[in-house]
Ligand binder design. Structure first.
Ligand code: PLP
Length: 280
């Protein structure tokens, strides 16, 4: 079963017009949330981001957030999802193809569950990354359906046997193609500040929170590729990748080439938080 606006229907019954603006223009936004033991992790923050993004592009959500929360939990229930994810998106809906917003837009919300296992093995061993020019647009803070820049970057990474492409713009490292990026140097954690050049990740919020609780110094300032190469530890994070250690960048080892102690610590703290979240 899938969510279609405010209805739960069979996937085969869902019908989106070929002139849906999401399909033709990428005119819409999306969210990916993780479900652990039947509960959605940090749903409030995900919905805040959805509302922010909807506001930034002038889309009115087809249902209230309260109704959406109820429906996401119904979706979990009918699909008997215990651990997995929900993908949901909102497009500006159908209108005869024309760039300007339609006079009376009818936004379309669709959502469905996926059951990707947590990448626990990769989180243990760490993964490889490459660096690439950030060719995306200048509103990366909007979780837009237009993902071509990210798709091309991720494909290059995969073709080179890497997990992620770390992007840089004007000499500064921004984020991964589908993750936020952190580096650690001399016990301090550094990540690009919020703004139009990165997506404000929910996992990023969690990491900053955990670091704060443990008095680990955090710097939210841009850093260069050179600084990235010289980092003691590097990791990327996202809803589906959680805290993913990067052990080589462009073929060069990060630190001593294995997962570093602070990255491990943050993984452990996040794990604890996931358990606490289940008990709520
Ligand atoms: N940055 C980009 C470009 C992303 O696409 C994502 C997630 O898809 C993230 C960061 C991480 O965001 P979150 O932690 O909310 O999943």
């Amino acid at each position: 079963m899938i969510l279609f606006n405010d209805q739960l229907i069979r996937r085969e019954e869902a019908r989106v017009d070929i002139e849906d603006r999401g399909y033709q223009f990428g005119d819409g936004i999306y969210e990916v949330v993780s479900v652990y033991e039947g509960k959605i992790f940090r749903l409030e923050e995900h919905l805040q981001r959805l509302s922010y993004c909807a506001g930034e592009i002038g889309i009115e959500l087809p249902t209230s957030l309260e109704v959406l929360i109820t429906n996401l939990y119904k979706l979990i229930e009918v699909n008997q999802l215990v651990n997995g994810q929900i993908y949901f998106q909102v497009t500006r809906g159908y209108a005869p193809r024309n760039h300007p917003f339609p006079a009376q837009p009818k936004p379309v919300l669709t959502g469905y569950v996926t059951r990707k296992p947590r990448p626990l093995e990769l989180m243990k061993t760490g993964v490889k990354a490459i660096t690439l020019d950030d060719i995306r647009w200048l509103r990366c803070d909007i979780k837009s359906l237009n993902l071509l820049g990210s798709v091309l970057a991720k494909q290059k990474a995969i073709e080179q046997g890497a997990f992620e492409a770390l992007l840089h713009r004007n000499g500064k490292v921004t984020e991964g193609s589908s993750t936020n990026l952190f580096m650690i140097k001399d016990g301090k954690i550094q990540t690009h500040p919020l703004g139009n050049l990165i997506l404000g990740g929910i996992t990023r919020i969690v990491i900053l929170e955990l670091a704060g609780q443990k008095n680990i110094p955090v710097i939210e300032e841009p850093f260069s590729l050179k600084e990235l190469y010289a980092a003691d530890e590097v990791f990327v994070c996202s809803t589906t990748s959680e805290v993913m250690p990067i052990i080589t960048i462009d073929g060069n080892p990060v630190g001593n080439g294995s997962v570093g102690p602070l990255t491990r610590k943050l993984q452990e703290l996040m794990e604890e938080m996931l358990f606490a979240h289940q008990e709520k």
